[in-house]
Design a protein around this ligand. Structure first.
Ligand code: ZN
Length: 103
């Protein structure tokens, strides 16, 4: 899993004070305005670390199968299978491979 720009491409930069993730193209668009905006290049390690944290959260959600936003309510049996199928199907559709889920 990667940090994506709003346009869907892989984010390589943080733009503005609130550190918006942007790909190269959108970063160029953002800085072409008349105001100066801060830009910082994302380090490979940072994207890797954030990816890994995102993956761990996803794997944990997959295994716990929470119902909606109620952390104490969990899917069981067929409901859990359907919940987990939904996650792996979505990942496959998006072309995302996550260790421990669909890889
Ligand atoms: Zn973009």
């Amino acid at each position: 899993m990667h940090i994506n720009c709003g346009c869907g491409r892989l984010a390589e930069y943080e733009v503005y004070d609130h550190r918006e993730p942007h790909c190269h193209q959108c970063m160029m668009d953002a800085i072409s305005g008349k105001y100066q905006v801060p830009v910082r290049r994302l380090e490979v390690e940072e994207t890797y670390l954030e990816n890994r944290m995102g993956n761990e959260k996803l794997v944990s959600t997959y295994n716990k199968a929470p119902v909606g936003c109620h952390p104490t309510t969990k899917w069981v049996g067929e409901g859990k299978e359907a919940f987990q199928d939904g996650i792996t199907t979505t990942l496959d559709m998006l072309g995302i491979k996550i260790e421990g889920l669909n890889e």
